[in-house]
Design a binder for this molecule. Structure first.
Ligand SMILES: [Zn+2]
Length: 338
């Protein structure tokens, strides 16, 4: 293939020379570039396809080393707020074609990249920027309202759903204090905090294990203080005592204090609880914290199957039938001892 050489002033044949690139914008990249060289005069030539390939190779390394945002990150930001390249450009006050160039693979400076990253990760900052742009009349009322409304809806919906879960859980699990909830009124706030706390201490906390942790905590508490901690009611299920009506599913979906992560293995879907580490232990008395800590200590190195088997050894499980509520009277002969 021939290409124009500005030195020879005619179309010439060329060789590709591979050259090392050690540094790019002050960052060690340790890669190479292909340079077309005129066979006649030996000068470097410019071929845009080859140059683009070279740039992409270098940019990819530079991006990952300097943590520079990717074109897709900007596209995603626009999609999230349903705005065009032009609208985003006006919001940011960048040069006219900047966003377009970045989305096509041009490399942002580190500072522009960091700035974009802040806006991508922080909705509040982005909305502030939108409001500024609107005040300065850089964007239209239509653009402004589209973004603000869109943003509101997204938040209201998420909050609403969480509130619905909470209401549903309260309604289903509430019962007057009696022997089936350890004479304690149901306390969802405490439950969320305990779960956040346990999951911060226990690696790979599955939902099956979590049921057992809560049950043992409440049983131990009842044994020591004749009152449970959470006010939960438990029933006899295949893998041991669990929160009644499978409400642990709804509880696992609350996401203020912990997150639910589902993953697949050979036994099907395993649900894991991961702490947000924002639990508040000031809601608990010293004796309650002691019981919770001891339970964690006794169970945290055990496998799910071991914990299930332990619970199967308890009178509370042996003397009840499937789906029957488990009375706290069995707390007095608990084999699980502190
Ligand atoms: Zn030449």
């Amino acid at each position: 293939m021939k290409v124009y050489c500005p030195y020879c002033r005619k179309d010439v044949e060329y060789d590709l020379e591979k050259r090392d690139i050690k540094e790019f914008r002050g960052v060690v990249v340790d890669t190479y570039e292909n340079v077309p060289v005129c066979k006649k005069c030996g000068n470097d030539l410019y071929i845009s396809d080859i140059e683009n390939e070279n740039n992409k190779r270098i940019y990819d390394i530079y991006r990952s080393k300097e943590d520079i945002i990717k074109p897709q990150d900007i596209v995603n930001l626009r999609k999230k707020y349903n705005i065009s390249q032009r609208e985003l450009t006006y919001i940011l006050g960048f040069g006219k074609m900047t966003i377009n160039k970045y989305e096509r693979g041009s490399l942002p400076t580190k500072s522009q990249s960091d700035y974009l990253k802040l806006l991508i990760e922080n909705e509040h900052e982005f909305v502030k920027k939108v409001e500024e742009a609107y005040d300065k009349k850089n964007i239209t009322k239509k653009t402004y309202e589209k973004i603000i409304l869109n943003n509101k809806e997204r938040h209201v919906n998420k909050k609403d759903i969480q509130e619905l879960f909470r209401e549903h859980i309260e309604q289903t699990l509430y019962r007057k204090p009696d022997i089936y909830n350890g004479y304690k009124e149901f306390d969802l706030d405490k439950i969320e905090n305990i779960i956040s706390y346990i999951s911060s201490k226990v690696k790979n906390l599955t939902i099956t294990s979590l049921n057992k942790y809560l049950w043992y905590i409440d049983m131990l508490s009842f044994n020591e203080r004749t009152v449970s901690i959470t006010g939960l009611t438990y029933e006899h299920e295949k893998y041991g005592p669990t929160i009644i009506n499978q409400e642990y599913n709804e509880i696992s979906l609350l996401d203020d204090k912990y997150k639910r992560e589902d993953y697949e293995n050979e036994n099907g879907t395993i649900t894991k609880i991961v702490s947000n580490k924002n639990y508040d232990l000031s809601k608990f008395s010293d004796s309650e914290i002691k019981i919770i800590n001891k339970t964690i200590k006794l169970l945290k190195d055990k496998k799910v199957t071991e914990i299930s088997e332990m619970s199967h050894n308890e009178d509370a499980w042996k003397k009840t039938k499937r789906y029957e509520n488990i009375s706290f009277e069995y707390a007095s002969n608990l084999k699980f001892k502190i």
